[in-house]
Write a protein of this length. Sequence first.
Length: 151
Amino acid sequence: MSARRVALDLPVLLQALLCSDAKSQALRQAWQGPDCLPLVSAEVAQSLISALSFPGLQLSAAQQQELLADFLPYAEVVQPLATGRRPREASPSLQLALSEQARASTWVSDCPKERGRCQRAWLRRQPGAVRSLSSDEFLASLSCFGQDVTS
């Protein structure tokens, strides 16, 4: 079975990188394992870099680089083609997930409003092609497929 192609919403990604709770650790294990292939575009990577450099986080440049190294080497870089059909209000990760170039199977977001927007966009394009899941649902789905990412 090939790895599930996953686009992660920025808040989910930041929580996984910045927190050390069980859920955050499970998310990191998921993208570092063989069953999940995280996707990243230049825009998503730039958003991540900007978020990590936010002064309120008080992260040194070395700490920022270390956190980026916990994610970027595991991600496949996808450059979505610019089209007039993508929703302008969509986050960079949702735009990535909606792009044909990403061939995403799952988009992970903990924002119900964004997930609803995502589902409506996918239904117009390819019903059932991509699943929109919360981070808890995503981790549970990995456990169902034999990958225990919660221990």
